[in-house]
Design a protein around this ligand. Structure first.
Ligand code: UDP
Length: 406
């Protein structure tokens, strides 16, 4: 089942059966030759970039002309857009000055001028480029705003800064319906994200190869408990360390925190330092980032060799790291929030937790019950196979295109 030696669709046919793939090809037929443009803020780091790099080739193989553009902006813009991200996720203490509001809109004008979207379907991801639609003089094709964050309870000022622009879009897509605001009057649609099972991050790799990769960073003499996440307060890395410390009192384990520093995430470096300070040079807390050479294949190997995957988020639009862990049949313990709840059915294919103590308790349970851990891992894999692979994601977009062109 290798992507290199055969087409992506053939690989999916082997994984899911020819019938599923033929049905998808039929749906895609109507859109052969149509152009689909994705616009977002970064080529690297975070879930959106992860999805887009794999989705475009799959759409292309279905005969749809996919493309992906990233805009450039001064560093100061990403401070505003990260603030926006946090405010839309519910941080009520954030306030934007008139200058920040103005800079946010001005950047959108520049973004429009850089990209000038004119595809049949223009998919604008997340708040960073959202207002660019306002500058489209001759609005061609259909325009979709694709929101990846949990906007169920947004900061009113931040929502106010985008809501006028949202009404200009033909459709708004959220990971969960409950993230949409009731006042929106355009088409609202639910599309959860997905993973590519054949990507370097997720493909099967032999255990020996995974061991060799991981041993470059960490000895394998203790069970590994791993969280792969941007260094970010919503991902609660300090809570993860607290949970590890409770478990560590009775069980020898090693905690691995892997976090990339994304280009559009100015908080990353500051939080990496915070996490390092909090770990207090504990030799069994291993903190790694892309700067240490931890890329996709390394993340894959670490996830596969972990006894437990954590994603102890306080807010989480979806949580691809949860999907990745479950796909690899590793028991995942996730925060009982947002998109993690779409994926984990508590006690059946993973665990949902609300507190540090509960996280520690579930880690201990998994370490002490390997048979149950295997069962949960298998159930997790099945859930992802049925609902959250990229092929399903593309199919959901095709259904949306169909609704928009009827
Ligand atoms: N990721 C990675 N290296 C890291 C941290 C994250 O490759 O050091 C990847 C992770 O495997 C996942 C994505 O970045 O594919 C994060 O997506 P998620 O939805 O979990 O969180 P987001 O960053 O979008 O909030």
């Amino acid at each position: 089942m290798k992507k290199n030696s055969e087409s992506i669709l053939e690989a999916y046919a082997l994984l899911l059966g020819a019938k599923t793939i033929n049905e998808l090809k039929e749906k895609a037929h109507k859109f052969k030759g149509k152009t689909v443009l994705h616009v977002n803020a970064t080529k690297y780091g975070g879930g959106v970039a992860e999805i887009l790099q794999n989705m475009i080739p799959l759409m292309n193989e279905l005969g749809i002309e996919g493309s992906w553009e990233v805009f450039t902006a001064p560093e100061s813009f990403f401070d505003i857009s990260k603030k926006m991200h946090n405010a839309l996720q519910g941080n009520m203490e954030i306030f934007f000055s008139d200058k920040e509001v103005n800079d946010y809109i001005e950047q959108a004008k520049s973004t429009y001028d850089q990209i000038r979207p004119d595809s049949d379907f223009n998919i604008i991801h997340d708040p960073q480029p959202c207002p660019l639609i306002n500058f489209a003089e001759d609005k061609k094709g259909k325009w979709i705003w694709r929101c990846h964050i949990d906007t169920a309870n947004p900061n009113p000022q931040a929502w106010g800064m985008i809501s006028d622009y949202l009404s200009l879009y033909d459709a708004l897509v959220f990971t969960k319906m409950e993230y949409a605001r009731k006042k929106s009057h355009n088409l609202i649609y639910q599309i959860p994200p997905s993973i590519d099972p054949f990507s370097v991050k997720n493909k099967d790799i032999p255990e020996v190869q995974a061991q060799k990769i991981v041993e470059k960073f960490v000895p394998l003499d203790l069970p590994l408990v791993t969280q792969v996440s941007r260094f970010d307060p919503w991902k609660d890395p300090l809570g993860v360390i607290d949970a590890y410390r409770i478990v560590k009192e009775k069980h020898p384990i090693r905690l691995v925190l892997i976090g990339s520093l994304a280009h559009d995430d100015p908080e990353g470096v500051e939080w990496l330092e915070k996490v390092k300070d909090y770990a207090k040079n504990d030799p069994d807390i291993i903190i790694l980032s892309n700067l240490d050479g931890v890329g996709d294949i390394e993340v894959n190997a670490f996830q596969r060799l972990s006894q437990v995957i954590l994603q102890k988020s306080i807010k989480e639009g979806f949580g691809l790291t949860v999907t990745e862990g479950m796909w690899k049949k590793i028991p995942v313990i996730g925060g009982n929030v947002g998109g993690i709840k779409l994926q984990i059915d508590d006690g059946e294919n993973g665990f949902l937790v609300d507190t540090i103590e509960e996280t520690a308790e579930k880690i201990t349970y998994i370490l002490k019950n390997p048979d149950k851990a295997r069962e949960i891992g298998e159930a997790g894999h099945l859930k992802i196979k049925n609902e959250f692979l990229l092929i399903k994601h593309v199919e959901r977009y095709l259904d949306l295109f169909d609704m928009l062109t009827k």
